[in-house]
Design a binder for this molecule. Structure first.
Ligand code: FE2
Length: 233
């Protein structure tokens, strides 16, 4: 069976799953397929559809253009290459570069709403999961990411003002279990980073729950998307 036929067959199966069960099951299926078949053209296509599911339908993201999935998606190419060198997981897996892209797009959606801009958004997106050692429970990966950020700042791969540096370090270290007593917990830039990451949790089959989000706008997006009818193509 060639890639195109396989793709059509999988599309039919996927639509059947969506009709019979629910969108999250279909999404899990797409991801599982992507992982078990490496990076064939069919599975790459599946990843793209899956990304669109998360970003367009589940959380009403603006459409992701194909070119945005290319390597030059991010501004920090040199830094990205350094991150890739030591990345211990599948670069295209659950916590890999597609996730980083979606997190960044999510930050932009929230940032636009709150009328804020920051370089921290892109840096958080590409760094927060960069020191994961497994795809499951890795409670210290945020702390390791923040140590990595400090090293990158020292070595001048990251050049930010002091406030931005502190936001980035806090956001990376605390993105799974935040220190709520730290004043940065209430910082809008940090809150957008945390929410943008959680908005992508549908990729692992977990339906987002608004109670875990910090910004009101992210909560609204989650609530509005919950019962939305899903159509593929
Ligand atoms: Fe993440």
């Amino acid at each position: 069976m060639n890639g195109d036929n396989l793709f059509l067959l999988l599309k039919q199966i996927k639509n059947h799953i969506i009709k019979t069960y629910n969108i999250m099951s279909a999404q899990n299926f797409l991801y599982l397929f992507g992982y078990t078949n490496g990076l064939s053209s069919a599975s790459k296509q599946m990843q793209k559809i899956s990304n669109n599911l998360v970003n367009n339908e589940i959380i009403s993201m603006d459409k992701i253009e194909d070119q945005k999935l290319d390597d030059d998606f991010f501004q920090y190419q040199e830094l990205l290459n350094i991150i890739k060198q030591d990345f211990k997981l599948n670069l295209y897996g659950y916590h890999g570069i597609y996730h980083w892209q979606r997190v960044f797009l999510n930050t932009q959606k929230l940032a636009k709403y709150y009328n804020v801009q920051s370089e921290v958004f892109e840096l958080f997106s590409i760094l927060h999961d960069s020191k994961r050692e497994n795809e499951h429970l890795d409670i210290n990966h945020g702390k390791r990411a923040s140590e990595f950020v400090k090293k990158l700042i020292e070595e001048k791969y990251i050049k930010l003002n002091t406030r931005d540096e502190e936001q980035l370090i806090y956001a990376c270290a605390n993105h799974t279990k935040p220190d709520v007593t730290n004043p940065f917990y209430n910082d809008i830039i940090v809150q957008i980073c945390f929410d943008a990451d959680k908005m992508d949790i549908g990729r692992v089959g977990i339906v987002p729950d608004e109670k875990y989000f910090l910004t009101q706008y992210a909560k609204e997006l989650i609530i509005n998307s919950r019962n939305k009818q899903i159509y593929i193509y």
